[in-house]
Design a protein around this ligand. Structure first.
Ligand SMILES: CC(C)(COP(=O)(O)OP(=O)(O)OC[C@H]1O[C@@H](n2cnc3c(N)ncnc32)[C@H](O)[C@@H]1OP(=O)(O)O)[C@@H](O)C(=O)NCCC(=O)NCCS
Length: 373
C-alpha cells in the first residue's frame, strides 16, 4: 500500500500593513460601499518594502514546521505555489529552503496563478504517495501588490499579500487527500494576464511605460467563468473521492469574491455554515488564499479531527483545482506549538494598524499613487 499524504503542520503569515477600502477611495475613484457590495472585501494586507515572497513564505513555513514538530532538515521538498516570485529566476522555493535551513530539501516554484496551492498540494501528495519523499512543505504565497497598477480601480481593490503553508507527511494511517481535480483551459489566457516581462513580450522601457508588467483583467469574463468552473471542479473532486456534497464538513474556497463563493454555494446547495469566508480581511491573495483560509478555519474551531474538507480555487489561465482532504491532525496542536500563536488565527496582532493610523514615514512607503492622490 502506498503511504497516505496527511497534513501534519499548518501556518500562515499576513503582513502588518493594512490597506482599507477607505484608503483606496483616497487613491482611485472607488468607494467602500462599491467594493464591499461587489466583492465582500473590506481591507487587505500589503507587504512592507523589505518583505518579499520568500520572507512571507519563511514566516508561514516556520509556523507550519513548529505545528508538525519537524526540524527544517527533515524536509525533503519545498514547493512554492506563486505567481509573484521574488525573481523570474532563481526559484523562490530554493530561497525559502535556504532561509529555513532546509539543507536536504529540493525546492521549486509552481505557477498556476490563484490555483497554485491546489496544484502544489497535488504535486506534494504525489511525491509522498509514490514513496519518494516523506515530508513536503507546500506553500501558497503572493506579494501581488508589486504587480498591481495602483491607478486601475478594476484590479487594485481586489488583491492583497499573504502566505499560507502546510506540511504533508507520509502516514500509514487513513486520511489526507481523498479526491482531486486539476483543470486548465488556455482559451481564457487573456482573462487575467501580466502581458509583458516574459518571452512573448520581453521587458523594455516601452512595456514599462505601457503598464505591461501589471495585472490586466477582464473582470466580468473572469466572474462568469469562475462561478461555473468552481462548481464543476468541486463536483469533479467529490466524484473522484466517491463522495457527495453532504459528506463534506467544511468548504474552503479561494477568496476572490464573496459573490462568487455565494453563487457556488447556492448552485451546490451548501449550507452557509459549511463555507469558510475570510475575504473581508485579506482580499484576493491568489495562491495564498486557500491555505490562509484553511489555517484560520482550523484556528477558529470549524475543522475537527476526522472532518472532510473540500478546498478549491480558480485563477488565471484559466486554471482550477479542487481537493477533498480528510483532516487527521489535532487542531489544538497549533496553539501548543512554540511561536505559532503570533500569526495563527490572530492575524490582527497588537502591532497591526490601519493605514490611517500609521506613521507618516510608513505612508510615504505606499505605492506612489497614494501620494499622487
Ligand atoms: C471585478 C468585479 C468585482 C466587478 O464587479 P461587477 O459586478 O462585474 O461590476 P459591475 O458590472 O457592477 O460594474 C462595472 C462598473 O464598475 C466600474 N468599476 C470597476 N471597478 C470599480 C471600483 N473599484 N470602484 C468603482 N467602480 C468600479 C467599472 O468601470 C464599470 O463601470 P462602467 O459600467 O461605467 O464601465 C467582478 O467582475 C469580479 O469580481 N470579477 C472576477 C475577478 C476575479 O475574481 N479575479 C481574480 C480571479 S482569481
Amino acid at each position: 500500500m502506498p503511504p497516505n499524504a496527511v497534513i501534519t503542520g499548518w501556518g500562515m503569515y499576513a503582513p502588518q500593513r493594512i490597506l482599507t477600502n477607505q484608503d483606496l477611495a483616497r487613491m482611485v475613484d472607488t468607494s467602500d460601499e462599491w467594493i464591499v457590495t461587489r466583492t465582500g472585501i473590506r481591507e487587505r494586507r500589503i507587504a512592507a518594502d523589505d518583505e518579499t515572497t520568500t520572507t512571507l513564505s519563511v514566516y508561514a513555513a516556520r509556523d507550519a514546521l513548529a505545528v508538525a514538530g519537524l526540524d527544517p532538515t527533515e524536509l525533503d521538498l519545498v514547493i512554492v505555489g506563486t505567481c509573484s516570485p521574488d525573481y523570474p529566476l532563481p526559484a523562490t522555493g530554493v530561497l525559502v529552503a535556504r532561509d529555513l535551513g532546509a539543507t536536504r530539501a529540493a525546492g521549486f516554484d509552481l505557477q498556476a496563478a490563484c490555483s497554485g496551492f491546489l496544484f502544489a498540494l497535488a504535486t506534494g501528495s504525489s511525491f509522498i504517495r509514490s514513496g519518494m519523499y516523506r515530508n513536503v512543505l507546500v506553500l501558497g504565497v503572493e506579494v501581488l501588490s508589486r504587480f498591481l497598477d495602483w491607478h486601475d480601480r478594476g484590479t487594485c481593490v481586489l488583491f492583497g499579500d499573504g502566505a499560507g503553508a502546510v506540511i504533508l507527511s507520509a502516514s500509514d494511517q487513513p486520511g489526507g487527500l481523498l479526491g482531486l481535480e486539476l483543470f486548465s483551459d488556455g482559451t481564457g489566457a487573456e482573462g487575467i494576464i501580466v502581458p509583458a516581462g516574459g518571452s512573448a513580450c520581453p521587458a523594455s522601457p516601452q512595456t514599462s511605460a505601457e503598464g505591461g508588467h501589471f495585472i490586466h483583467m477582464s473582470g466580468a469574463d473572469v466572474y462568469r467563468y469562475a462561478t461555473r468552473q468552481l462548481a464543476e471542479s468541486t463536483l469533479a473532486a467529490l466524484r473522484s473521492a466517491g463522495l457527495g456534497v453532504d459528506d463534506i464538513d467544511q468548504f474552503v474556497y479561494h477568496q476572490a469574491n464573496l459573490r462568487i463563493i455565494k453563487s457556488v454555494g447556492k448552485q451546490l446547495q451548501i449550507p452557509d455554515e459549511k463555507v469558510f469566508v475570510n475575504i473581508e480581511k485579506y482580499g484576493n491573495t491568489s495562491a495564498a488564499s486557500v491555505p490562509m483560509a484553511l489555517v484560520e478555519a482550523v484556528a477558529s474551531g470549524r475543522i475537527k479531527q476526522g472532518d472532510r474538507l473540500l478546498m478549491a480555487a480558480f485563477g488565471a489561465g484559466y486554471t482550477a483545482g479542487a481537493a477533498v482532504v480528510e483532516w487527521t491532525a489535532d487542531p489544538l496542536q497549533a496553539f501548543r506549538a512554540p511561536g505559532a500563536q503570533t500569526r495563527l488565527g490572530k492575524p490582527r496582532s497588537a502591532g497591526a494598524a490601519t493605514l490611517g493610523e500609521t506613521a507618516a514615514d510608513e505612508e510615504a512607503a505606499l505605492p506612489e499613487v497614494a501620494a499622487a492622490g
